[in-house]
Design a binder for this molecule. Sequence first.
Ligand code: PAF
Length: 282
Amino acid sequence: MRTVHTIKELRAVIRSYRTQGKRVGLVPTMGNLHKGHLALVRRAREASDVVVTSIFVNPMQFGAGEDLDAYPRTLADDQRKLEAEGNTLLFAPTVQDVYPDGLARQTQVVVPEVSEGHCGASRPGHFDGVATVVTMLFNMVQPDVAVFGEKDYQQLAVIRKLVQDLFIPVDVIGLPTMRETDGLAMSSRNGYLSSSERKVAPALHRVLSETGKSIAEGNDDFATLEATAREKLIAEGLRPDYFNIVNSLTLKPATPGDRQITALAAAFLGTTRLIDNLSVER
Ligand code: PAF
């Protein structure tokens, strides 16, 4: 596996793939790779001839007081895991290379509506940062296909919308969330949890599953379901940020006629913010 750090080097390698008629898959990440990320790489391998994984802790998507500085940077370990997974090229640019004029002078991609509410409400500007960097990565790598995890459900919706609106010629594949045996969604941020917090963390998935079961059984008193879920999270020792039951496609509040429904949740355990979601068809 080759690693490149500059956009110039990346472009040269991508050009050679193109000359060879290779289909390029992209897996954008912020590194500190876990099994969930490696499943994305495997899926990209199935869908393309060469897989480019990017590792870039994108400062534009972190708000003031968030964990940009603390975010784990584990490049050597990540390289080893990607190599073992058959990844072709690792692109790990510097902040200076990606934002040479600085963040304040950077052109941004803003995706209306679907970026609003949920994580967009709790983390103002977060999805502008995600949409901007993902668009830039699409332009840098020019992949045929890109793979993202469904754990970041709203992020995936934002990316699908920007691809559609900006006519970006890439197929976006979403992959189901990988979970620990106790149900906790795999996330780089799980590493922040103390051992006692780690024991409490699976409650987020448990409460989502209970809510999903009730929705699947026909309960459409969504306001009560949301309030009950929040109370359960508090009883388990989590501090809910939001628990919203939405239409899976629009991410607007679900209505009783909706057939595809998703419960989106974020909750704090100490200073760690966990997110998860669960979709139901009925
Ligand atoms: O999901 C992530 O790790 C990031 O938000 C992404 C998509 C790599 C953009 O920085």
